[in-house]
Design a protein around this ligand. Structure first.
Ligand SMILES: Cc1cc2nc3c(=O)[nH]c(=O)nc-3n(C[C@H](O)[C@H](O)[C@H](O)COP(=O)(O)OP(=O)(O)OC[C@H]3O[C@@H](n4cnc5c(N)ncnc54)[C@H](O)[C@@H]3O)c2cc1C
Ligand code: SF4
Length: 330
């Protein structure tokens, strides 16, 4: 049992100040990641600053057709919001395919982006893990790494990023707005997630005490035709082995606009830019989809236990693109 202090913030400035002033302070939103990791002795905060009273639970439609989502909006509220379902089905689907109904009612959008990896060695405080204990080594490199990443890996860490909705947000060029000791910042979501490189313990560019306030998604007509496919070991309550967020607009049988991102395979939510470039202007058909998948996955660095992810991801990309481009508009 490790004692820690608990404080409930009533406004953003006091929340930020409290965490900033305590090197072992941390924000607490739904607690579905933070409390788990405290119980597992992976995180040892001295102060938890509860931010649930801050007015950051809105889901707002923007004039350009985009969305502004408060960091404390719950996954379930966002998934059901009319503007999300109608204009950004990929976000709604990604949320509903994550966790369980009970967890989605507790879990916040800001907390979802900051959730920690599910690597079992990270969560076992007795195993070497560069992310938990920098410099201690990576037990997954030669261990049980069936669920680990094949894209964006380093010789220090190969854990996948676990969020589903982050994959949809990366595909849609969302922007993470923050407020912290250094003022306000707008961080493109693709830059919000860092490659492990040599410093896997640093997952986000957030400063200590920097609070996510909102997530903005710019208007994107292409997203009206979008989909999130998730492949996993069981149908619910499970993280992705491979997932795909896809949106496309077809004009005269060719790909006029496309967004593609992958989950379950990258050390960060993976925007498939090579595949997107390969698809633009090409006929909307299986040959183009397979070529695009091949170009993206050519960068993969699989290990014997997770090599199956290359073929699974290839098939998942083809299926997602075929589904999203079927019907009207072809
Ligand atoms: C059994 C289980 C299954 C799950 N399955 C899935 C899944 O399939 N897909 C998926 O995407 N997720 C899944 N999750 C993860 C879940 O979505 C996250 O735990 C949740 O979204 C975290 O949100 P929270 O509000 O509970 O965050 P908390 O636990 O309160 O916080 C998480 C972290 O974020 C920080 N934080 C929280 N809010 C802010 C903020 N506004 N600004 C800065 N930092 C902040 C906290 O300090 C903490 O470090 C699962 C979780 C569990 C326990
Ligand atoms: S893959 Fe990353 S999180 Fe897992 S043991 Fe290695 S360093 Fe730790």
């Amino acid at each position: 049992m490790r004692p820690f202090r608990y404080a409930r913030a009533t406004d953003a400035d006091s929340a930020i100040a409290m965490v900033r002033d305590h090197c072992d302070g941390a924000f607490l939103a739904g607690g579905t990641t933070e409390i788990d990791l405290i119980r597992q002795d992976v995180l040892r905060p001295g102060l938890l600053v509860d931010i649930n009273d801050l007015p950051l639970s809105h889901v707002e439609d923007l004039p350009d057709g985009g969305l502004r989502i408060g960091a404390l909006a719950r996954m379930s509220e966002v998934a059901q919001a009319a503007g999300v379902v109608a204009r950004f089905p990929v976000i709604s689907q990604a949320l509903l395919l994550g966790a369980s109904a009970q967890l989605r009612n507790m879990a916040s959008m800001g907390g979802n982006l900051c959730q920690r990896v599910r690597c079992s060695y990270f969560r076992d405080a007795t195993s070497p893990c560069n992310k938990r204990d920098p410099g201690s080594g990576c037990a997954a490199l030669d261990g049980f790494n069936r669920g680990h990443a094949i894209l964006g890996t380093s010789d220090k860490c190969i854990a996948t990023h676990p969020s589903d909705v982050a994959v949809a947000l990366v595909a849609l060029d969302a922007v993470v707005h923050t407020r912290g000791p250094g003022g306000e910042r707008a961080i493109p979501v693709d830059d919000f997630f860092l490659h492990p490189g040599d410093i896997p313990e640093r997952e986000h560019p957030l400063d200590h005490g920097e609070l996510i306030t909102t997530i903005e998604i710019p208007g994107a007509p292409v997203a009206r035709r979008s989909i999130y496919l998730k492949f996993r070991d069981r149908e619910s309550y499970e993280f992705a082995l491979v997932s795909v967020a896809a949106a496309a607009r077809i004009q005269d049988g060719t790909v006029a606009d496309v967004r593609l991102a992958l989950g379950g395979v990258g050390t960060k939510p993976w925007r498939a830019r090579r595949a997107e470039r390969s698809l633009l202007g090409q006929p909307a058909g299986e040959a183009s989809f397979a070529r695009a998948a091949g170009q993206e996955l050519a960068m993969a660095t699989p290990r014997p236990l997770n090599a199956f992810k290359v073929e699974l991801a290839r098939r998942a990309i083809i299926r997602a693109l075929a589904t999203v481009t079927s019907g009207d508009g072809r």
